[in-house]
Design a binder for this molecule. Structure first.
Ligand SMILES: Nc1nc2c(ncn2[C@@H]2O[C@H](COP(=O)(O)OP(=O)(O)OP(=O)(O)O)[C@@H](O)[C@H]2O)c(=O)[nH]1
Ligand SMILES: [Mg+2]
Length: 459
């Protein structure tokens, strides 16, 4: 690896008029020298590692004071990147902190790429790839549960599990490879025991792959489209679920003309609700455009909530919409206006008063049946038993775990057919490699670049 240069970035969110503190982070061999060239610390403050200095960032060209700041020096290897790190804690906002960064860059640092600090931490052995990814996930967590999951990853929960599984495979691989080379000199190998161990690891991996969906829900959240005929109460329901008057509600069909998003967290799962224009044939040009967007939202949603009016009953138009719901996407059919129809709210499918395709009844007006709807929504999206979830693979990790499980499947087929040991080892080695790619023990630079490019700058 080439010797590292010195990188710098604003590590905090940059927004005008916001954030009381902004941090410029510098990492690399020149970090301290750059800090010293720009920072004037009055009195007899000493440049000691892990001590905070008080002073001013000064433009060396003009001697102008740019900002009042604190400087934190963390010398290698006791820093996040294991390199020399200097952090300048400036006043928040936009202008001064940008100038501070410009001065740091002018003094010889290079602008950091997204995730480059974390990438250095990884390359310098400070953390494995699953921990590094968990840091990125912590930053983008939108709910408490997602943050807890990220924290478990930062603590190494995932790394320990995967390393243990990989270790078990490596043990078997060593035995097998020894037999390939020195069969005569070694005690006979119990093929059935090896196969049993491979099968056990495979099912542990399959379990992780199956649980990944829940983790994905927590991290990414779900886009739930509320669709239905005009006037059935879609906007009223959006307002109810988001606990605020987000959308305009009137008794005129065709009120909503455009997609409207509302973000909420349901039982720890972040959701983006989409209120859509009621779908009906119309000659109104604006409404037509809105309806086209409704259809796009319907096609792209992770889950669809089809709302109909219980007072009007289940109509042919409702049925036509149900037919248009994309296949394979969870669909919840909800009867609204239970109060006006004289039907109890909170009924579940099968109840005599509910028209057959309906999953439940509700009154968006009174809020009755809302809790049942929320529970049903989480259930139908597969966000069921989240409590027990300790760790969860992200998409990249899940694909690799699935790949490893498939390799083990092939190794087990070789075992089944009692093929010679070297037929087992090919696929076993592939499985070990896939798991190593998750933790970063065996990973190409291109993959690393892709992983860290998803991080924000300054992380
Ligand atoms: N009685 C009763 N009226 C409701 C209920 N939910 C909504 N409404 C009324 O139904 C009318 C239409 O509500 P909206 O939420 O605007 O309906 P929408 O589906 O968004 O309509 P479009 O935007 O036109 O597609 C309003 O007058 C609401 O007050 C309910 O549960 N019970
Ligand atoms: Mg509406």
């Amino acid at each position: 690896m080439a010797p590292a240069d010195t990188i710098a970035a604003v590590a905090t969110a940059v927004a005008p008029g916001q954030g009381s503190v902004a941090i410029v982070r510098i990492s690399g061999p020149q970090a301290e020298a750059i800090g010293r060239s720009l920072f004037a610390a009055p009195g007899r403050q000493e440049w000691q590692s892990h001590r905070v200095l008080y002073g001013h960032v000064v433009d060396p060209a003009s001697a102008e004071r740019v900002d009042e700041a604190l400087l934190l020096l963390m010398r290698a290897p006791r820093s996040f990147t294991r390199e020399d790190v200097v952090e300048l804690h400036c006043h928040g906002g936009l202008v001064a902190v940008r100038r501070v960064l410009e001065l740091v860059l002018a003094a010889g640092a290079r602008r950091a790429l997204p995730g480059e600090f974390s990438q250095r931490a990884f390359l310098n052995g400070r953390l494995d790839l699953t921990r590094a990814e968990a840091i990125g996930e912590m930053v983008s967590a939108r709910s408490r549960r997602a943050a807890q999951l990220a924290m478990a990853g930062i603590d190494g929960g995932l790394q320990r599990r995967l390393t243990a599984l990989r270790g078990r495979l490596l043990d078997q691989l060593a035995e097998l490879e020894a037999r390939v080379d020195f069969e005569e000199d070694l005690p006979p190998l119990d093929g059935a025991a090896v196969a049993a161990e491979l099968a056990a690891v495979r099912s542990a991996l399959e379990q992780l792959v199956a649980e990944a969906r829940q983790g994905e829900l927590l991290r990414e959240g779900l886009r739930v489209a509320i669709v239905g005929r005009p006037n059935v109460g879609k906007s009223s329901l959006l307002n109810r679920l988001s606990r605020r008057e987000r959308a305009i509600v009137t008794d005129l069909p065709g009120t909503t003309r455009d997609l409207l998003e509302s973000e909420l967290v349901l039982d720890g799962v972040p959701l983006t609700l989409l209120d859509t224009a009621g779908i009906r044939p119309t000659s109104d040009r604006v409404e037509q455009l809105g309806i086209a967007r409704s259809r796009e939202a319907l096609a792209a949603a992770d889950a669809v909530l089809l709302l109909f009016d219980l007072a009007a009953g289940w109509t042919a138009d409702d049925e036509a919409l149900r037919q248009q719901a994309p296949a394979g996407v969870p669909l919840l059919v909800v009867g609204n206006k239970a109060d006006a129809a004289g039907i109890p709210a909170g009924l579940e499918s099968g109840a005599a008063a509910l028209p057959p395709p309906a999953d439940l009844s509700l009154s968006a007006l009174s809020g009755e049946g809302l809790a049942a709807l929320e529970a049903a929504l989480l259930r139908c999206c597969g966000a069921g038993p989240l409590e027990g979830l300790q760790v969860a693979l992200n998409q990249r990790q899940r694909d690799l775990a699935a790949l490893a499980a498939a390799s083990l499947e092939r190794a087990l087929a070789a075992a089944d057919q009692q093929l010679p040991w070297d037929f087992w080892t090919i696929d076993l080695r592939a499985a070990v490699r896939s798991l190593g790619e998750i933790t970063g023990e065996e990973v190409s630079e291109a993959v690393l670049d892709r992983v860290f490019a998803r991080f924000c700058i300054g992380k």
